[in-house]
Write a protein that binds this ligand. Structure first.
Ligand code: SF4
Length: 343
């Protein structure tokens, strides 16, 4: 999963991409309208607790992600993600450099989970995602972290690399809801998901931040280790779209309440297939879906000496991706400043 590093984003202000129709961008929802995040209703009805019990029990034969390892994570078993029954958190803090409706003025309350279902050779957070840096915590403690981030004024709780801990997130959501959590939950994912897991999260997650990383399965497998990425990613994007549609619902301060933002990281030599990815989003989902087009790639981890991935993208490569955004007919999103590109 391409993670947005704090250092990369400090210099990368996100600029609105509304190349065709600024008038169709997300509109703020009315203030004081009684809105509440979806997990509160599920908590009150008891459904959240029931989903948590079922999801945690299913870890006895884990099929949370498309790898379907079928290992017993409740009994010490470890699959490709090398994760057990309890969540492992690398860091949790207020993050100011997500997209404007996510970070707002007070920051997004990010929870960086350790490990990942992917193996990106260029991962900016490989010490977390692949080496496993972090601390094991109980589900109860995970919920307390969310409440502490809310108390610090964060606009939302933002799960970074969450897939392999999706059951634990549902369990923690029930505890946090009982403890007074009231901010939206954000699911910040590689987009390598099963539809079953996304349905388990339906109504729990308010805002989806899935990647659409590639347009080519061979590339996805070679540089990110994802088998059959396209089929799983596109099924996941269709499912998220079914759940929340193309409208990004904002509050009176233009902070997101509900919806989806698809992220796409531009890679050197067109490895990411931007034109095809963006065309697919516009034609198969909707041209009104919000897309965050990122230029922050820099070589790290195993990509440092790679003949293709061992450099930043050029301004021309990012410009080509912006032109592909427009050519696809997409209407809403964000771009990053050119200073982040190679010179
Ligand atoms: S979440 Fe981990 S153990 Fe479960 S199927 Fe995916 S990689 Fe395998």
């Amino acid at each position: 999963m391409s993670r947005i590093s704090h250092s990369a984003l400090r210099a990368a202000q996100r600029t609105p991409l509304h190349l065709r129709s600024a008038g169709r961008r997300a509109q703020p929802a009315p203030a004081a309208d009684g809105w509440e995040p979806g997990y509160l209703r599920l908590h009150r009805s008891g459904e959240l607790a029931a989903r948590a019990r079922a999801a945690m029990a299913a870890l006895a034969r884990c099929q949370v992600c498309p790898r379907a390892c079928a290992v017993n994570r409740l009994d010490g078993g470890r699959g490709v993600c090398n994760s057990g029954a309890e969540p492992v958190v690398a860091s949790w803090n207020s993050h100011p450099w997500e997209e404007p409706p996510i970070s707002g003025t007070a920051g997004s309350g990010t929870i960086f989970f350790s490990r990942c279902t992917g193996k990106c050779c260029f991962c900016q957070n490989f010490s977390i995602s692949q080496l496993g840096y972090g601390n094991q915590v109980s589900v109860q403690r995970l919920a307390e972290m969310w409440l502490e981030l809310q108390a610090r004024g964060c606009h939302n709780i933002n799960f970074v690399t969450p897939t392999h801990f999706a059951p634990q997130i549902v369990a923690a959501a029930d505890i946090a809801a009982a403890g007074g959590l009231r901010v939206p939950l954000v699911y910040n994912t590689s987009g390598y998901e099963t539809v079953a897991t996304l349905r388990m999260l339906e109504g729990v997650i308010d805002i989806w931040l899935p990647d659409a990383k590639y347009a080519n399965d061979a590339v996805a497998r070679r540089i990110s280790g994802f088998p059959n990425y396209l089929a799983h990613n596109r099924a996941a994007l269709r499912e998220i779209f079914r759940q929340v549609g193309d409208e990004l619902i904002l509050d009176e301060q233009s902070i997101a309440r509900r919806g989806m933002i698809i992220r796409h990281l531009v890679l050197p030599d067109g490895l990411d297939g931007a034109a095809e990815v963006l065309r697919w989003i516009a034609t198969e989902l909707s041209p009104r879906v919000h897309v965050s087009l990122m230029n922050q790639y820099f070589p790290t981890h195993q990509a440092v000496n790679d003949p293709v991935l061992g450099r930043k993208i050029t301004p021309e490569e990012y410009e080509a991706a912006l032109e592909a955004f427009e050519a696809a007919g997409l209407e809403n999103g964000w771009m990053q400043e050119h200073e982040e590109c190679a010179t």
